[in-house]
Design a protein around this ligand. Structure first.
Ligand SMILES: *Cc1c(COP(=O)(O)O)cnc(C)c1O
Length: 231
């Protein structure tokens, strides 16, 4: 099933790129493997998947230890400051930076390891009260602050769009995130690059690609439904 799912995802990404006049190589997907057992990740690895997304620190660390070292791990979930130290040298990209304080901790831990942490700023575009992320109105100020941290490199923006039946309902959200990134790019801030747009999940990644996503985060579409009872 994994193999067919991966082929389906690949075909849909390619078609979305064609529809919107984009190059296939400008869009990557991360396989969101949260709650899935290590054997399933290994199966995906054997099928060629090299980028996995996790949303819990302990789970990411356990999987990191168990699986080959050429995997690129992405932290996509809410990150507590006291847990940054466990993942700072294990992840290639943190998608979910939503406060200056969290960025400060990431900067500090990155310094200890003599590395530069790649991050995205999570934006709550839809202004959903239950979601994490900086509100669009506060984004500029946050980026200004974060750009001062020497061991952080801002690569772009991320959003988690609302759960909707019809992906079209999220088109405006994706377009808005892209617009925010264009506005920031126009400001040419040192240390800040906003070329990466992490947006779109199983239900809406094709729409997200049409609106400019460079990373889509796909869980269910690759691994099937998650069973939260057995985690
Ligand atoms: C779980 C999760 C996904 C993947 O969701 P699916 O609908 O299963 O594709 C993407 N992004 C984030 C931040 C997630 O937590």
């Amino acid at each position: 099933m994994l193999k067919e799912n991966l082929q389906k995802v690949e075909a849909k990404i390619t078609a979305s790129c064609e529809r919107s006049g984009r190059r296939r190589e400008d869009v990557t997907f991360i396989a969101v493997s949260k709650t899935k057992p290590i054997e399933t990740l290994r199966e995906a690895y054997d099928l060629g998947v090299r980028t996995f997304g996790e949303n819990k620190v302990q789970e990411l660390v356990d999987k990191y230890e168990a699986l080959p070292k050429d995997i690129s791990w992405h932290m996509i979930g809410h990150l507590q400051r006291n847990k940054v130290k466990y993942i700072i040298d294990k992840v290639d990209l943190i998608h979910s930076v939503d406060s200056i304080k969290l960025a400060e901790t990431i900067d500090k831990e990155a310094k200890k390891h003599n590395l530069t942490a790649n991050i995205l700023i999570e934006v709550n575009v839809a202004k959903e009260p239950t979601k994490f992320g900086v509100l669009p109105d506060d984004l500029d100020a946050m980026i200004d602050e974060i750009s001062r941290f020497s061991n952080i490199r801002v690569l772009g923006l991320m959003t988690i769009a609302p759960f909707v039946k019809n992906a079209e309902e999220n088109r405006a959200i994706f377009a808005r995130l892209r617009k925010l990134s264009v506005d920031i790019a126009d400001k040419n801030i040192d240390n800040v690059n906003v070329g990466v747009l992490s947006m779109g999940m199983t239900n809406d990644y094709e729409t997200a690609i049409e609106e400019g996503a460079t990373i889509v985060r796909i869980g269910t579409g690759i691994f099937g439904e998650r069973d939260y009872l057995h985690v």
